[in-house]
Ligand binder design. Structure first.
Ligand code: PCP
Length: 395
């Protein structure tokens, strides 16, 4: 069996920290539950990140649907900053207390992966990025991890079931195992070309037995114009000056007329090292950096009880929203319903980030498609870094 919790387990309030169960029991027995508003936000982002991207909203909606609560939420794929609320739940506390663990788990992990994927995307510029990270996480998590990677900017995912759920074609090259079992690269490549349907790119893995330069030339001679790319996954023990090796491979391929053969890189890649290879690479396979991205440490805090603004030490009380100017991009956390001007200093009408998602258990928002979410993410990150180029500060 797999040690995974089902949707039913979550809906049955079993995926909860037990102190919430006990709190609900106490409040029910004492007939003391109250109408509260709880907000989700983080006070900082992991690893010095300068922006976050919200993911996991569709799953949160599925978990909270049917509860007697109202939920406001930023649209999935939206950029957010520390201290900005991204989600708000209003209702009788006892009715939703036990969902805090699950809702945070969904948002924190998915947003961490999506946010890291945006950084990888920025680093890779317009090169292809494929999510290779399923092998670093529990297999039951592969689809949600792949979805977050895709939202954040990956062009494809390697796992078959993930691609199926997202409506994509899975992307992949060939494993070292095929070259090893075939006995040599040329045989593996010929078999691949014979068996795998046209339309699937022919990408030769060139680091199994021999030097990448000579193996790349062998691959190009073997498949000629049918070869799309070589994948260079040099073991870390042999990397040395990897950029110099890539330069050499590119040079030798070009010299012999194989300039149409792209270089696709994988193995230990992240947003910090990718810029060093952009001069040579047409694409990257990124695994651990994405699937094991740090979670965004969102917290759920009560900010209002029975209509009165109240919260714990270190937090701001009262219901809030984020007023964003679509023209100048200014973002301001404002107290909601306190008559704060809807007009930005630039004269444009500001838009509120948090919008109704669920009203008394019914999903009232039209959930955006995956492509809409991805495109929102791309546009918002692009606008943000155009306005704040100093936020791309890691390379
Ligand atoms: C790739 C590469 C990395 C895997 C993918 C994920 O594996 O070697 O180890 O990348 P990461 O380092 O970013 O997590 P393959 O080369 O396909 O593995 P195999 O040896 O099975 O062929």
């Amino acid at each position: 069996m797999l040690y995974t919790a089902s949707m039913q387990d979550i809906r049955d309030r079993k995926v909860t920290d037990v102190y919430f169960t006990r709190t609900r029991q106490i409040l029910e027995q004492k007939n003391a539950s109250k109408e509260v508003v709880a907000e989700f936000h983080c006070t900082s982002l992991p690893d010095g990140w300068n922006w976050g991207v919200l993911a996991g909203v569709e799953e949160v909606a599925a978990v909270l649907e049917g509860l007697p609560v109202d939920v406001y939420c930023a649209t999935e794929g939206s950029l957010f900053l520390p201290r900005e609320p991204v989600l708000r739940i209003k209702g009788d506390y006892a009715t939703f207390a036990e969902f805090e663990t699950a809702v945070l788990g969904l948002l924190c992990q998915a947003s961490g992966i999506a946010s890291r994927a945006t950084r990888v995307r920025v680093a890779a510029e317009d090169r292809t990025v494929i999510s290779f990270g399923a092998r670093r996480a529990h297999p039951a998590m592969a689809p949600t991890i792949g979805r977050s990677c895709y939202i954040g900017g990956c062009d494809g995912v390697a796992v078959v079931r993930t691609a199926e759920m997202l409506g994509l074609e899975p992307s992949g090259t060939m494993p070292h195992a095929l070259v090893l079992v075939a006995g040599d690269l040329a045989t593996a490549l010929q078999w691949y070309d014979e068996v795998i349907p046209d339309g699937v790119p022919r990408v030769a893995l060139v680091d199994t037995f021999n030097d990448e330069k000579f193996a790349s030339l062998e691959a190009a001679r073997t498949l000629g114009e049918r070869l799309d790319a070589v994948r260079i996954d040099t073991p870390s023990s042999r990397r040395g000056d990897w950029a110099a090796l890539l330069h050499e491979v590119r040079w030798e391929l070009d010299l012999r007329g194989y300039d149409y053969v792209d270089l696709f890189l994988s193995g230990g890649l992240d947003e910090y090292c990718i810029p060093k290879y952009n001069e040579y690479a047409a694409g990257y396979g990124v695994g651990t950096a994405l699937s094991s991205a740090p979670p965004v440490n969102l917290a759920m805090d009560i900010v209002e009880i029975e209509g009165e603004a109240i919260t714990k030490r270190g937090k701001l009380s009262g219901v809030k929203n984020v007023a964003i100017c679509p023209s100048c991009g200014t973002r301001t956390v404002i107290p909601e319903g306190r008559g704060v001007s809807e007009t930005c200093a630039c004269g444009e009408r500001r838009q509120m980030a948090l919008q109704p998602l669920i009203k008394q258990g019914e999903i009232v928002a039209e959930l955006p498609s995956l492509e809409e979410i991805k495109s929102r993410c791309r546009q918002q990150v692009q606008s943000w870094i155009e306005a704040h180029p100093e936020h791309v500060d890691w390379f």
